[in-house]
Design a protein around this ligand. Sequence first.
Ligand code: GLP
Length: 255
Amino acid sequence: MNINATTVKNKNLELIVVDDYEKMSQLASEQIFEEIKKKPDLLLSIATGSTPTRAYDILAEKSKIEPQAFNKIRIVKLDEWGGVPSDDPCTCEVYIQKHLIVPIKVSADRYISWESDPESPESEVERITEQVEKEGDIDVCVLGMGVNGHLGFNEPAIALKLKSHVAVLTDTTKKHAMAQEAEHEIKYGLTLGMGEIMRSKKIILLVNGSHKVEPFKQFLTEEITTNFPASMLWLHPNVTVICDKEAVPEMPEKI
Ligand code: GLP
């Protein structure tokens, strides 16, 4: 596919704006696939939500053509809605199984996944922290941005948490489309912390749609604040932000 893209970059961050959601997804999946080809046992952390869905589906299509390219990949689930059974339609688990784990055939030993309804959320945090540490730093972290600037369930606050944790969800996040599908009450969030995200070797942030215009304007101010967790990405040395035009009606001349 020929992707018409406008790009601005500084030493650490590249912003690419493409025509529409399909092209954003195409470019994101191509970039992820390039990384998999460079490192077959890539440790890939993945966000859920409406933003990356098509990119994952394109990757799943690629895996049908080149299944051997995906037989070593390791996947980490970035976050999860807490206090609901894992088969509740709202869960990141249902989403990830459907869009990636089943179609690209990721075996259980290559998938690190939050339990959505653990007996002890604190012990679940310890379990995931240990597993992620054992696997080493995340190679590629695919992120979406909440309308309030959250990354995973690292919510806006006076301080952000370095490590994986049980998150108190904001009212804005409780209104997220996934949460609206819940058949049980969502009680909290489980998420990798800002430390695990920022230690990722490469970050791909995807942003699309007119509902992200205002939050993305905030991002582009380059003001770094815990009240807008995505702003921390300006401090990371290797970030690619891929957006559609709807989310970025005015391309900045420079960053
Ligand atoms: C959700 C998830 C995030 C996701 C973000 C954006 O609450 N916890 O991992 O990236 O919000 O979601 P969307 O892509 O649907 O806008």
